[in-house]
Every structure is written in structure tokens, then in C-alpha cells.
Design a protein around this ligand. Structure first.
Ligand SMILES: [Fe+2]
Length: 194
């Protein structure tokens, strides 16, 4: 079996790789710009963006955050009893949290109620139905693929298309949009979209 102590130079590289880089190509002035402190907590207002109709079956969405660097988007969904989202497939994982009311997936027996958490897995396919007036928070990684009953792709939804829907709604209703892709502020004020 190979041990790093058999090769002093390699062992040094394993435990102190930054020193090799520093000595080879960096001077002390460049190193001063390396981020070595933690960022402050990021405050993301969750009530300052307009709700807009989402899909053809009575749901509304509120886009809270859309991160172009990770593809994660955070949104609330709400609707009256009987509202639904079409069948869709997830490309990434999703955490859902029920704020009030009740909803379920047609493909499962459980019903999610206030305080419940639902973990949706990459590749899972399901049809969301609201069974009592409900509002939910979803933290979504990557895209959703909406499907027809034969499994054909109807549309893809990701951080960018969701942001476009929000901005289109604002433009058509005379609402000044918030730039949900830049929520990292230290005050309560977010940046208005240009
Ligand atoms: Fe889903």
C-alpha cells in the first residue's frame, strides 16, 4: 500500500497544497485578496414580489429567489381546493414545506398538511393537486419538465423561465419588478430590476 510518508514532496502537497501554489505563482499582495472570512447571513425577503398565475389550473406562484450560479429557485405556490399543477418530472431535488392547507400527489397516498415537509427526488414524476386551500414553499434545484399524458415534453421550467414569467407579469400589470436573482443584501432593501 502506498503511503504519503514514502514520498515527502507528495505528502507536503496533500497537506499544504496552498503553499505550493503560493511559492510557485503568487506573491503576498495577491494572497491578500483571497476570501477567508465567512459571508454574513443572507436576508431574502419573501413577501415583496408579486404573486402571478401559474399554470392553467388555478395555482399562483410567488418567486422569492432565483440563483443563476446554482440553478436553485425558491418559490411559494398557493391555490384553492381543486387547483392543480400538471404532471411533471424533476431534474434535481426539491424540498417542499406546507404553510397551510393540504395538498397531495395523485401518484401517492399521503396528504401534506401544515408543517409537513415533502422531499422530491431527482427523476420523480407526479401530479400536484390541492385538496384544501393551501400555500406551500418549495426550494427547487434545477428544472421541472412538464409532460402530457403520453409522456411528451410540454415545457421546461427553471430559474430563468420562472424569472421571465414573473417579470412578464410585472410588465403587463404595471408592477415594478424586484431582481430576484440578486437578493444578497445587508439591509431590508432589495434591488429593483432594471
Ligand atoms: Fe414536483
Amino acid at each position: 500500500m502506498f503511503h504519503t510518508q514514502d514520498c515527502p514532496e507528495l505528502s507536503f502537497h496533500f497537506y499544504f497544497p496552498h503553499r505550493i501554489v503560493d511559492s510557485a505563482s503568487r506573491n503576498s499582495t495577491e494572497e491578500a485578496h483571497v476570501q477567508t472570512t465567512a459571508y454574513d447571513a443572507l436576508y431574502i425577503p419573501a413577501n415583496d414580489t408579486a404573486w402571478f398565475p401559474y399554470g392553467p389550473n388555478g395555482c399562483e406562484a410567488q418567486l422569492i429567489n432565483a440563483d443563476p450560479t446554482t440553478g436553485q429557485w425558491i418559490a411559494k405556490l398557493r391555490g384553492p381546493a381543486g387547483a392543480s399543477l400538471g404532471i411533471h418530472r424533476h431534474y434535481g431535488s426539491v424540498i417542499g414545506f406546507t404553510l397551510y392547507g393540504a395538498w397531495r400527489y395523485l401518484e401517492h397516498d399521503w396528504v401534506s398538511r401544515k408543517g409537513d415537509v415533502v422531499q422530491e427526488t431527482p427523476g420523480s414524476v407526479h401530479t400536484l393537486v390541492i385538496t384544501e386551500d393551501a400555500e406551500m414553499l418549495f426550494i427547487i434545484e434545477g428544472a421541472l419538465e412538464f409532460l402530457d399524458n403520453e409522456g411528451h415534453t410540454l415545457a421546461l421550467e427553471d430559474w430563468r423561465s420562472a424569472t421571465d414569467k414573473y417579470r412578464d407579469f410585472c410588465a403587463s400589470h404595471g408592477v415594478k419588478p424586484i431582481d430576484v436573482t440578486r437578493p444578497r443584501v445587508v439591509s431590508h432593501q432589495r434591488i429593483a430590476a432594471e
